[in-house]
Design a protein around this ligand. Structure first.
Ligand code: HEM
Length: 391
């Protein structure tokens, strides 16, 4: 059989035997074909993500060239996700404080409402496909939580999709043009007064002002929330459908048991990570586990392989929702660790519950293909199902 590489692995049917070999035999190694270092073991991933020398953008290209002259550049350059040092930590503190003020029961209720609304809209439009549901729900729930009115929140699904496509590597001129309109529309919708009291965006502006951050930077990072939650949360919902499709007993047990569903989603995040890797770039010469990494060199950090490292998760290839002391790298660690993990799992829980309650046939989810991507593992399903059966 053809040996995978760590980029092709992301959307292969079963990348995990390959990751197992990487962890055991090449925990931190140079892949000359890809022209990158590859960090696969838990130790290597921890060393790279904790290093202050490892930055999130290449020193030679802080902005992707394709969008450098577009309005997306300003948004991108203001994200905590794409900057390092003091600027990043100031914005990150405001982000963490903002998300820490979310009312989780309210987010659950909002996400459930959004799941029903989306299912109804997709079914009415003849688009009863699960993929549109997976990709739509995170953006709809996030936009609604940010405080957008229902019409704008519904439009935010398409705006987010256009924005994501426009800044993806290899985007076409047409995609960049659509991304430009989407960026303008999102900024206008977010900054239009008044912001409903207690909405996530009102809280974010408030935290921003307390941290002396301009409103424009806050708006850019709010668009960042939509971007961050888009395909990663779709993947978390989708990979949970796959896990439940393959385990009938668990599927029956999880119906109506919110605590068990929460533990299943936590185990899916580790076992079949929706974000399989991230990247770092050495800002200066450094050493990682005895290997010299030169300034400017790239490292592919294979989070999904580290999740299966037996030194941190005993019997890592066993799917076990009851596992205690689970070590999960899917949401990153260190200065750039994801502040949206609980938001993502809450939205995912609402999405999966909706499909379970709607009586969707889960068996059809057992052997999916995956959407083309170099880092996100988002399943795609052929069939159309009655998504709107729950009133
Ligand atoms: C299953 C869903 C999600 C996954 C797997 C995920 C994963 C990640 C990962 C791996 C990183 C770190 C990247 C790195 O260090 O290179 C990250 C960063 C980030 N995520 Fe998430 N994420 C998810 C959902 C969300 C959601 C819903 C939000 C919304 C608030 C969010 C907001 C962010 C932000 C703002 C950052 C940048 C943090 C920083 O750079 O300091 N994420 N995410």
């Amino acid at each position: 059989m053809h040996e995978l590489d760590p980029l092709a692995a992301v959307i292969s049917a079963d990348p995990y035997p390959y990751y197992e070999r990487l962890v055991a035999e090449r925990p931190f190694s140079r892949d000359d074909t890809l022209g990158m270092w590859v960090a696969a073991s838990a130790e290597a991933v921890e060393v790279v993500l904790s290093s202050t020398v490892m930055h999130v953008r290449p020193p030679s290209e802080p902005m992707p060239n394709a969008i450098a002259e577009t309005p997306m550049a300003e948004i991108f350059s203001r994200w905590a996700r794409m900057t390092d040092g003091r600027r990043q930590s100031t914005v990150k503190n405001a982000v963490v404080a903002t998300l820490g003020r979310l009312d989780w029961n309210e987010l659950t209720a909002t996400s459930e409402r959004c799941a029903k609304l989306l299912a109804r809209t997709l079914s009415a439009g003849g688009r009863g496909d699960v993929e549109a549901f997976l990709l739509g729900l995170p953006a709809l729930a996030t936009a609604t939580t940010l405080g957008l009115a229902q019409d704008d929140a519904s439009r935010a699904v398409a705006w987010t999709s256009d924005f994501v496509r426009s800044i993806a590597p290899g985007s076409t001129r047409d995609e960049i043009a659509r991304g430009t309109s989407a960026t303008a529309a999102l900024s206008t919708a977010l900054l239009a007064e008044p912001h409903p009291d207690g909405s996530l965006f009102a809280v974010f502006l408030d935290e921003g002002r307390r941290h002396r951050i301009e409103d424009g930077v806050i708006a850019a990072n709010a668009i960042g929330f939509l971007f961050q939650s888009y395909d990663a949360t779709a993947g978390l919902i989708g990979n949970t459908l796959v896990a439940l499709a393959r385990r009938e007993d668990l599927r029956d047990a999880v119906r109506g048991d919110a605590d068990l569903l929460e533990r299943v989603i936590a185990e899916v995040a580790r076992f079949d990570a929706p974000v399989q890797n991230t990247r770092r770039f050495a800002a200066a010469d450094t050493t990682v586990m005895g290997s010299h990494v030169g300034a400017g060199e790239a490292v592919l950090v294979v989070l999904a392989a580290a999740n299966r490292d037996p030194s941190v998760n005993p019997y890592p290839h066993r799917f076990d929702p009851a596992r205690d002391e689970r070590r999960t790298y899917t949401f990153g660690i260190g200065a750039h660790a994801c502040p949206g993990a609980r938001m993502a799992t809450t939205i995912a829980g609402a999405g999966v519950s909706h499909l379970l309650e709607a009586g969707v046939d889960f068996q059809q989810f057992a052997a999916p293909a995956y959407r083309p991507s170099l880092n996100a593992r988002v399943p795609t399903f052929e069939s159309r199902v009655p998504l709107g059966a729950v009133s």
